[in-house]
Design a protein around this ligand. Structure first.
Ligand SMILES: Nc1ncnc2c1ncn2[C@@H]1O[C@H](COP(=O)(O)OP(=O)(O)OP(=O)(O)O)[C@@H](O)[C@H]1O
Ligand SMILES: [Mg+2]
Length: 331
């Protein structure tokens, strides 16, 4: 048994208590992980520690480096430099250990279309080293978990996109991994399948599975993840819980209004209340901490602007992304 060897040492008390606690609670440690495709640096010195039992979100736009990070952790490619440690053990050159411990749900569905769900899971199960009654039992459990038991003998090509995604997830769970990598598992999925995927992942996480979940939907990261890393151009730009991340914005509230029809002098007056930014046809003022809304609206009235021209909202991760990068997650 290679996994947990360092943990066993930590347990026996040969390490300093603080190092011992750290080792026992760390599931995954990335150190200066870098990947290049030709001249492009797709992942740029990412260091990250994921604790056991976390539901970690990797939030970033197209091309940010999410899949690259996932594929390095899953051992699908070797990094240009840097290390991946799982349970304290460096994974380089240990494909068997990676397969045993990690479940990977790839961004594009990877299934044999001509085969049934059962046959697909049989193939994946044997790749994971399962067989006999154990494999049969795990296929039953995983099909039930993704609510596809009644379709088990149908060819995958007859499945909806959402059903294929759910089966893809089932395939990654057969061998009861301790770390699950989900790379945008809900893209193109109907709301019913999406909710089924969320419910299952949350249940598995409550039972102890560590999950890393990549998405470019801030709603998903907000709903699911206990900690979120915002990634762009191969770098983690911000890291923390939702509240910690939002606390990085220099605003507790944002007022939004149409640029057209608001005189430039009025816009300039409103900009005194916080940072002003323009998005498409709208302006937003990120009200500086301590600014009272009543004062803001007194100023809009003084400028002759109707209250109904303004909408008020709490900042979101989208606002933080815009603040950090100057662009939106969907750009
Ligand atoms: N095999 C490859 N060859 C060349 N460039 C690649 C390859 N894979 C990814 N890239 C580039 O590396 C960068 C990061 O890509 P990656 O797929 O990791 O991003 P992503 O965050 O997963 O994006 P998406 O949300 O679109 O899936 C992008 O600029 C992409 O074009
Ligand atoms: Mg991707």
């Amino acid at each position: 048994m290679t996994f947990g060897r360092e943990n066993a040492v930590a347990m026996r008390g040969r390490l300093r208590p603080d190092r011992r606690r750290q080792l026992l609670s760390t599931m995954l440690q990335l150190d200066q992980l870098t990947q290049r495709y030709g001249a492009l640096t797709a992942l740029d010195g990412v260091s990250l520690t994921i604790a056991r039992g976390e539901f970690f979100g990797l939030l970033g736009p197209n091309g940010a480096g999410k899949s690259t990070l996932m594929s390095l952790v899953a051992g699908l490619r070797e990094p240009a430099s840097g290390t991946v440690r799982l349970d304290g053990v460096a994974l380089a050159g240990r494909p068997a250990d990676i397969v045993r411990a990690i479940g990977f749900v790839p961004q594009s569905v990877a299934l044999y279309e001509e085969l049934t769900a059962e046959e697909n899971l049989g193939i994946f199960g044997r790749l994971y080293g399962l067989g006999g009654a154990k494999l049969v039992a795990r296929i039953d459990e995983c099909l039930a978990a993704v609510q596809l038991s009644d379709r088990r003998r149908d060819a995958v090509k007859t499945y909806s996109g959402g059903m294929q995604r759910r089966l893809n997830l089932a395939a990654s769970l057969l061998h009861e991994p301790k770390l699950l990598l989900c790379d945008e598992p809900t893209v193109g999925v109907d709301p019913q399948s999406r909710n089924a995927i969320f419910d299952l992942l949350q249940r598995l996480n409550r039972d102890g599975l560590t999950v890393i979940y990549s998405t470019h939907y801030m709603e998903e990261a907000t709903r699911l993840c206990s900690r979120i890393g915002i990634i762009d151009h191969g770098k983690i730009l911000a890291l923390g819980s939702l509240d910690e991340l939002l606390a990085r914005l220099p605003a507790a509230e944002i007022v939004s209004f149409a640029r057209n029809g608001t005189p430039p002098a009025a816009i300039a007056a409103l900009a005194r209340f916080g940072a002003l930014r323009e998005i498409d046809e709208r302006c937003e003022v990120l009200l500086a901490p301590g600014v009272r809304l009543a004062n803001f609206f007194a100023a809009t009235q003084a400028a002759g602007l109707p209250d109904r021209a303004f909408t008020l909202k709490r900042p979101t991760l989208e606002d933080l992304f815009l603040h950090l990068t100057g662009k939106t997650l969907r750009e």
